[in-house]
Design a protein around this ligand. Structure first.
Ligand SMILES: [Zn+2]
Ligand SMILES: [Zn+2]
Length: 83
């Protein structure tokens, strides 16, 4: 039995998530996402896939990155298509 650090549920199938040198305890993935998933800098949604990362921001998709005038992700795709 281990207590979820988000909702406090004591659950026999709780699991640990190791991030850097920190260890977190959760009873479900929803709580893990709530605590750890980065937030898209444009639309504010939780990023639970690969997402995209600039030096200072995370984005959920190329569209959100381009809305914030970050073109690098799209440019890289276009280059691959035209070659
Ligand atoms: Zn929980
Ligand atoms: Zn987004």
């Amino acid at each position: 039995m281990a207590k979820c650090e988000v909702c406090g549920n004591n659950y026999d199938k709780s699991f640990e998530v190791h991030q850097g040198n920190q260890i977190h305890m959760f009873d479900c993935f929803e709580c893990a996402i709530h605590a750890l998933a980065p937030i898209c800098s444009h639309c504010g949604c939780r990023i639970i896939g690969h997402g995209m990362e600039t030096e200072s921001n995370y984005y959920c998709c190329a569209h959100c990155a381009s809305e914030d005038r970050i073109q690098a992700f799209e440019d890289r795709i276009l280059e691959e298509v035209t070659q």
